[in-house]
Design a protein around this ligand. Structure first.
Ligand SMILES: CC(=O)SCCNC(=O)CCNC(=O)[C@H](O)C(C)(C)COP(=O)(O)OP(=O)(O)OC[C@H]1O[C@@H](n2cnc3c(N)ncnc32)[C@H](O)[C@@H]1OP(=O)(O)O
Ligand SMILES: O=C([O-])CC(=O)C(=O)O
Length: 370
């Protein structure tokens, strides 16, 4: 039996959701280039596209937007749980538990996409509640007249966002929505393939996304830029890190062997929206890390990934650093649930093999003789 560590280059399903060309750095959702979607589309339209497989008509989009907006509220139980844990808890742990609570509260059978819409609509409310309650700021009810991205920013910052900021978040969320068979999507499918429920599967996705080799890297990348402190320190920091065998956070990818197209788009937004001295300095540092990192790692196909510039964008928009993986989850939940839906149409229990390398036939030794 062949051993494929990390299931590298193993396909577990056919899909019509996302295509990645890792050599050329191209990404498509349902056949549409991410560059076109980022230029012309918006969060609600792309969520619809990913779930339903086609772009909505005007009427379908309006209907879908209202459905998503109406689901934004969370129960008093969830609100009080988040408020109680927001000061000590890791935001991904809080989000994971809150989504688990959503599962307990949902007693309806069926309507898979309806449930996916419900989870997607409520995650920004939970995230905003974490940030505002730990800073002793009053909790704001969702504003149903605002778009998904506008309302997310409104609930975080307490003021209606300007058009540029809401457009930037809209695009950033679109870029994070799906990425074929990444670790967290795989985790969702492992759970879903046992015919468990959507909430349990999404909880598995959040758990996998939390790790610093996956969605947790966005927060680590910004931490890295903050630690570096000044563009003059970049060369020494990067060389020191790499020569001691550590990884540059926000660099490298299982599939991309060139620059991640989403990193290109996010870099453009990050530089365009530079706001204050701190953020301008962080952007300068990031661009220098990119330059030095590519000089050293580029020849091995290791380039900036989506997590390299996304943190700078989220930070500029008012999100606190440890919340970044939760923002990632708020968008990726669309890809997770679309892949679950697709997989369950032709389900097969996911159960790979392990190659046994231990001994056999050992004599059992009673405890007093050990
Ligand atoms: C949304 C996302 O999940 S995007 C990824 C976010 N994660 C990060 O940014 C964390 C840093 N990056 C990494 O750890 C990796 O690039 C991963 C885990 C994302 C993908 O890596 P894999 O395809 O599994 O490759 P693997 O971990 O085996 O690395 C291959 C080689 O490249 C090196 N490498 C990979 N990424 C990096 C990096 N960021 N910095 C330094 N070296 C790296 C490894 O050390 C390894 O070297 P070796 O062959 O000499 O041992
Ligand atoms: O695809 C992967 O392995 C990681 C991921 O989720 C992404 O890049 O968005």
């Amino acid at each position: 039996m062949e051993l494929r560590k990390g299931l590298e280059d193993i396909a577990i399903k056919e899909t019509s959701i996302t295509f990645i060309d890792g050599e050329l750095g191209r990404l498509y959702y349902r056949g549409y280039s991410i560059f076109d979607l980022a230029s012309f589309s918006n969060f609600e339209e792309v969520a619809y596209l990913i779930w339903y497989g086609k772009l909505p008509t005007r009427h379908e989009l309006e209907d879908f937007k209202s459905r998503l907006a109406e689901e934004r509220g969370v129960s008093e139980d969830i609100t009080s749980f988040v408020v109680r844990t927001s000061k000590q808890g890791n935001p991904m742990d809080i989000l994971r538990t809150a989504v688990s609570m959503l599962g307990l509260e949902d007693r309806q059978e069926g309507d898979f996409i309806g449930k996916a819409i419900r989870i997607t609509a409520k995650i920004p409310t939970i995230i905003s509640l974490i940030q505002r309650s730990r800073n002793n700021q009053e909790f704001l009810e969702p504003d149903l007249s605002l778009s998904h991205a506008e309302n997310f920013l409104y609930m975080i910052n307490g003021t209606k966002p300007n058009a540029q900021d809401s457009r930037v978040l809209d695009v950033a969320l679109m870029l994070h929505m799906d990425h074929e068979m990444n670790a967290s999507t795989m985790a969702c499918l492992v759970v879903a393939s046992t015919l468990s429920d959507i909430y349990s599967s999404v909880v598995a996705g959040i758990s996998a996304l939390k790790g610093p080799l996956h969605g947790g890297a966005n927060s680590e990348a910004l931490k890295q830029f903050m630690e570096i402190g000044s563009p003059d320190n970049v060369e020494k920091y990067v060389m020191g890190k790499l020569s001691s065998g550590q990884r540059l956070m926000g660099f490298g990818h299982r599939i991309y062997k060139s620059m991640d197209p989403r990193a290109k788009i996010l870099k453009e937004y990050a530089t365009r929206m530079a706001k204050n001295e701190e953020i301008n300095r962080l952007i300068e540092i990031a661009m220098k890390v990119e330059e030095v990192g590519i000089k050293v790692l580029g020849r091995r196909g290791i380039y900036p990934n989506v997590d390299f510039y996304s943190g700078l964008v989220f930070y500029s928009l008012g999100f606190e650093q440890d919340l970044f993986p939760t923002i990632f989850a708020s968008a990726r939940v669309i890809g997770w649930t679309a892949h679950i839906d697709e997989y369950l149409k032709d389900n097969k229990l996911i159960r790979p093999k392990a190659i046994y390398v231990g001994d056999l036939g050992k004599r059992y030794v009673p405890i007093d003789e050990r």
